[in-house]
Design a protein around this ligand. Structure first.
Ligand code: PLP
Length: 420
């Protein structure tokens, strides 16, 4: 049990305030002693970041190739976002939705325009936005589609990752994410990702929505077969079912387009957004949909104390403004091509496969070479931060503000590691 005096459980010698800041091991011990072990971090303690680079408590620098699971698409401490946040911090940060505030309206309008939708519903984390989409779809199903009460079903995809709430893990196929969290929320059907016939077979008159990631990020940057998103769109239209695209990780320029759905010119009924919407500064999420869908939400039927707060709205609005020039989307394409070409050359030489879309790559490490975890540890020694998505698979997502030299460094380091 933690001591009330502030001494650590295991080092026993430092209080939090007297901890030597250069002591990586002491920081790790504090984390391990007092923070639950729901992650398995690499042994590096970061203390500062700027653009695509971060530094640790010992002063070592690293190229960040994870970007907070794509929350840091604009890099660390982007001056424009920091300035806007600081300005808003000193003015007004939280009102609750019991009152209007002067930031939410402009943010909602700008995000509606970015998505081409009529309205948004703001939340905080990605999982909350997914939960919001599920609730909206069910309510739409009962009130608009006419599904008998309590019978709504949503079809989701095997290999999905939509967050960590009890309802969301209820339709996860990852046994580590689901074990011992039963009883699970009913009302979900799973089909193989990319299998249109299976999706078609799973939809019946009780189905209110199809929920999918246009590219499955946590699964290892899995890109569906060409034309699949269009086929899902057409199926949803013909069956009278909402298409919900979870773009929490794939959205906001990561794939070279504003949304991953744009690659197939597909517009879902509901966009789910998060991560980079807060610029890596603050949790900001939202769903965007047309008025006939979001009209089912009435006062008291859904909410969040922090959702749509002025600070979040101010940051989110600045993020949207930065996406308007298209520069970040172009950088994702150019740098992504460079990354895919560099890593592609390693297929058969330590790498089994590379899947890339924009500046986002899933890399399957050959079991003959190593494990995903070990490659990440080697990258760390070379000054590069990456993380295995699972087992043999790494997911690389450098900030979109990275330079060509940064990507070259990532590629050459991979070549060095693969050559052994
Ligand atoms: N949806 C997708 C596609 C994600 O990748 C994630 C997180 O990785 C989430 C939802 C959950 O977001 P959060 O961790 O902010 O709850």
């Amino acid at each position: 049990m933690p001591s009330m005096t502030g001494t650590t459980g295991t080092t026993g010698t430092h209080t939090a305030s007297s901890l030597p800041v250069s002591d990586t091991e002491a920081h790790i011990e504090l984390n391990e002693s007092y923070a639950a072990h729901n992650y398995h971090p690499l042994r590096v303690v970061l203390s500062a970041g700027e653009g695509a680079w971060v530094s640790d408590v010992e002063g070592r620098r690293y190229l960040d190739c994870l970007s907070g699971y794509s929350a840091l698409n604009f890099g660390h401490s982007h001056p424009r976002l920091v300035a806007r946040a600081q300005e808003q911090l000193g003015r007004l940060t939280l009102t609750s939705r019991a009152y209007y505030n002067d930031q939410l309206g402009p943010f909602a309008r700008d995000l509606a325009q970015l998505t081409g939708k009529e309205m948004i519903l703001p939340m905080n984390s990605g999982a909350e936005a997914v939960e919001t989409a599920i609730k909206v779809a069910r309510k739409w199903g009962y009130l608009v589609k006419g599904v008998p009460e309590n019978q709504a079903t949503i079809v989701a995809m095997e290999g999905n990752f939509h967050g960590r709430t009890t309802t969301i893990v209820s339709f996860s196929t990852d046994s580590v994410a689901t074990a011992h969290y039963a009883p699970y929320t009913p009302g979900f059907r799973l089909v193989p990702y990319g299998d249109l016939a299976a999706l078609d077979a799973a939809i019946d008159e009780s189905t209110v929505a199809v929920l999918l990631e246009p590219i499955q990020g946590e699964a290892g940057v899995i890109i569906p077969p060409e034309g699949y998103l269009q086929q899902v769109r057409a199926l949803c239209n013909s069956e009278g079912v909402l298409m919900i695209a979870d773009e929490v990780q794939s959205g906001l320029a990561r794939t070279g387009r504003t949304f991953a759905c744009d690659h197939e010119e597909v517009v879902p009924d509901v966009y789910v957004l998060g991560k980079a919407l807060g610029g890596g500064l603050y949790p900001v999420s939202a769903i965007a949909a047309d008025g006939d869908v979001l009209a089912v939400i009435t006062p008291g039927s859904h909410g969040s104390t922090f959702g749509g707060n002025p600070l979040a709205a101010a940051i989110g609005r600045e993020v949207i403004a930065m996406l308007h020039t298209g520069e970040l989307q172009e950088r994702a394409v150019t740098l992504g091509d460079q990354l895919a070409a560099g890593l592609g050359a390693l297929v058969g030489q330590g790498v089994d496969a590379v899947r890339a879309r924009g500046l986002w790559a899933g890399v399957d490490i050959s079991p003959q070479l190593s494990t995903g975890r070990h490659v990440c540890e080697q990258l760390l020694e070379h000054g590069i931060l990456a993380k295995e998505a699972h087992g043999q698979t790494l997911r690389l997502a450098p900030p979109l503000v990275a330079s060509q030299e940064d990507i070259e460094l990532l590629v050459t380091t991979f070549h060095t590691i693969c050559s052994g």
